[in-house]
Design a protein around this ligand. Structure first.
Ligand code: SF4
Length: 702
């Protein structure tokens, strides 16, 4: 789809960074870059952009790009590389069974890429060993939604933040991590001075600057706080009894657990807790936004359910300006959830543990094999690589040697794996350097397909620049390998539009099984209409069309009701001790993205924060003898890094913060995620990336 922008033809596409999913208009500048403007018509941003989106055109150059396949570091042709990948996977499966191979994919993939990868692994190889870096981002929200609602359904829309009278941002630095959504909130607060914002975060962040109340909660204290809220709602007669009677089960058990919990475990004062409870309970239109501070926890799923409990018990869900709202990190984390790109899901919200659902998908695909249950989630998957149980691994569009917890250990496991394939834009990532076979993939500006943002809006991503060198699209590479493995008939797609049509048709199966993820009216979309597809929210049919979920109940458990869950506070798994006395919180900075393979190309983006750092409280810095801007050595049981000291009162005593973007290549500091222990939530498998324990000392003393 082309649009006239300032006298030039621009392509309408979608920003590839965060889960806000903003529309952008892109015009090639003739030198490999792009001129980017905001799409005024896109429902996510309506003309807004943030610093990363604005600088997109500076990140599309060809320096560092991988332009031909490589086998053991030597340039090769596609035919030899694909033959080798298919033969190694086939041999491994024949010798050791389908669970001896795995794919590790990415929330940066487009839905069409995700669809064929999932189809190949689950329906044709016959294993569920396909997991994604989105496991590190929002798996606890998925598990919490499924426990409460019966499916992974986000109830609300972005406009709810603008229609609320109270927005609670918990475990979310919205200002830096979802900037355009934050811009919308700032504008809403300006337009409605009565709108209150509460920010719950152990750190004081850019988001806290907007807040009327900042609650510096103890790491892991969210369940205790929201349990206190549930008990308060009951004690003050604020439960919505009619809604509960009609639509919700489990109140008595959830309330008993909430009353038994100790609010002091939140780390907040009685006065702070009372202020929050009174504000929440007395405000009808409340949206609780949560993100990685909630999800990246060994009790992440319980934290999500503690939040959902309060909204369900008051009927504050599915009506304008109300609801719990999980904001996703990556541009297509939500599309990956919809297409079954996680080891414990099938496509279109179908359940891999449901025999009827498995049979329906198997029949639709005419698949020779389907796994009987879930595969290995990310942390377990790399453990299986380390232990030699996974013998052939294909990593697509992600950099786990930097981003996984215990990153150094994961890098060693990948290096020692019998056969590793990496598809990526560049050979210059810590993961790509470890590959036996490197496959050149196209990047954001060269790819066609669809993505889904945090509010269930499906948008087109459109190619603007030609594929460089011999680079191929991810869906094409996966289909090429599938064909060589003997599955050609099921993977003879010639375009993303064809894949989308099949995916849309499969969603009709979900519709027939009673799920609302049914976009099957798009299954006969012409290529032309696919190209022109405007952003749309699902569901596309029925009374909920394009809108919110659950104001009138209609949950997806067999009895049609939601579940309140009995949850209890648990402290983070790593306990500070004399040897490792500090809690390390990791996260993003405003202008970099993931492991910086793209944003590092823009000098403008690096101007904001130029190097990795350790944010530490002045009193702790004084105790340790750390001067401002000196170098600290940070160690944990899992790893060691060197970081520039940033002394600030934004972090509490005993806690430190470090951004996770920089790698051994972009700064000689080591990988911050090497410090993070691989403690995971027992239900979601999401690692606890925000509460590791570390020791710190001045570099001079080491
Ligand atoms: Fe891109 Fe997110 Fe910024 Fe929107 S808010 S422009 S999607 S990075």
């Amino acid at each position: 789809k082309l649009l006239q922008v300032e006298g030039r033809l621009a392509t309408c596409t979608t920003c590839p960074y965060c889960g806000v999913g903003c529309g952008v208009n892109a015009v090639p500048d003739g030198m490999g870059g792009l001129t980017i403007t905001a799409d005024k018509t896109h429902p996510a941003n309506a003309g807004r952009l943030c610093s990363k989106g604005t600088a997109l055109g500076e990140t599309t150059g060809l320096e560092d790009r991988l332009l031909t396949p490589r086998i053991h570091g030597r340039e090769a042709n596609w035919s030899d590389a694909l033959d080798l990948v298919a033969a190694k996977f086939r041999e491994t499966i024949e010798k050791h069974g389908p669970d001896s191979v795995a794919f590790y994919v990415s929330g940066q993939l487009l839905t069409e890429d995700y669809y064929v990868a999932n189809k190949l692994m689950k329906g044709f190889i016959g294993s569920a060993n396909i997991d994604t870096n989105s496991r590190l981002c929002m798996a606890s929200s998925v598990a919490g939604h499924r426990r409460a609602f019966g499916t992974d359904t986000v109830p609300g829309l972005y406009e709810d933040l603008e229609q609320a009278d109270l927005v609670v941002l918990t475990g979310s630095n919205l200002a830096w991590c979802h900037p355009v959504l934050f811009q919308r909130l700032v504008a809403a607060k300006k337009a409605n001075p009565a709108l209150k914002v509460v920010n719950i975060d152990p750190r004081r962040t850019a988001t806290s600057e907007l807040a009327d109340l900042h609650l510096a909660i103890a790491p892991g204290g969210d369940v205790a706080l929201f349990n206190a809220l549930l008990a308060h709602l009951a004690d003050t007669g604020r439960l919505e009894r009619a809604y509960i009677a009609a639509h919700v089960n489990g109140l008595d058990e959830a309330l008993a657990a909430a009353r038994a919990d100790d609010p002091a475990a939140s780390g907040l004062s009685e006065e702070e807790i009372a202020t929050f409870l009174t504000l929440w309970a007395s405000t009808e239109r409340v949206v609780t936004v949560y993100s990685q501070g909630v999800n990246q926890s060994s009790s992440g799923t319980d934290k999500v359910n503690a939040i959902l409990n309060c909204h369900l018990a008051t009927g504050r869900i599915g009506r304008p300006g109300t609801g719990p709202f999980s904001v996703t990190g990556q541009p297509n984390a939500m599309g990956g959830r919809e297409v079954g790109g996680l080891a414990n899901m099938l496509a279109c919200h179908l359940d891999i543990e449901n025999a009827e659902h498995r049979a329906a998908v198997k029949e639709f695909w005419d698949a020779p094999a389907m796994p009987e249950g879930p595969g290995l989630k990310a942390v377990d998957l790399f453990r299986a690589v380390e232990e030699g149980r996974i013998k052939a691994l294909w990593i697509i569009c992600t950099n786990p040697a930097v981003s996984m917890p215990e990153a150094d250990r994961v890098a060693t496991a990948i290096k020692d794996c019998e056969f590793t394939v990496v598809s990526d834009l560049t050979a210059e990532t810590d993961t790509a350097r470890l590959a036996d076979v490197l496959l050149p993939a196209t990047g954001w500006a060269e790819k066609d397909g669809t993505v889904t943002n945090s509010e269930r809006c499906i948008s087109r991503q459109r190619a603007i620049l030609p594929a460089p060198g011999a680079a191929r699209h991810d869906w094409r590479i996966i289909c090429d390998v599938a064909e060589r493995m003997g599955f050609g008939a099921a993977f003879d797609f010639t375009s993303p539009a064809e894949i989308f049509r099949e995916y849309a048709a499969l969603s009709g199966v979900a519709g027939r099984l009673g799920l609302d993820f049914d976009i099957s009216d798009l299954s006969d979309l012409s290529d032309r209409d696919y190209d022109a597809l405007e952003p749309f929210h699902w569901p596309r049919a029925g009374t909920r069309q394009g809108g919110r979920f659950f104001a009138e109940g209609g949950f997806y458990h067999a009895d049609g009701k939601a579940r309140l869950l009995a949850v209890t506070h648990r402290a983070p798994a790593s306990v500070p001790c004399a040897e490792y006395p500090f809690r390390l919180n990791t996260g993003r900075v405003r202008d970099h993205w993931h492991t910086m393979t793209r944003t590092a190309k823009s000098p403008r983006l690096s101007q904001h924060i130029a190097e990795p750092y350790l944010e530490i409280h002045p009193a702790d810095a004084a105790d340790l003898g750390l001067a401002p801007a000196s170098i600290a050595e940070v160690t944990s049981r899992q790893g060691r890094v060197l970081l520039r000291v940033l002394i600030s009162e934004r972090v509490q005593r005993g806690q430190v913060f470090a951004p996770m973007h920089w790698t051994g290549e972009t700064a000689p500091c080591g990988r911050v995620d090497a410090l993070v222990a691989a403690n995971t939530d027992p239900l979601s498998g999401q690692p606890e990336s925000k509460a590791s324990t570390v020791a710190i000392r001045p570099m001079e003393a080491s």
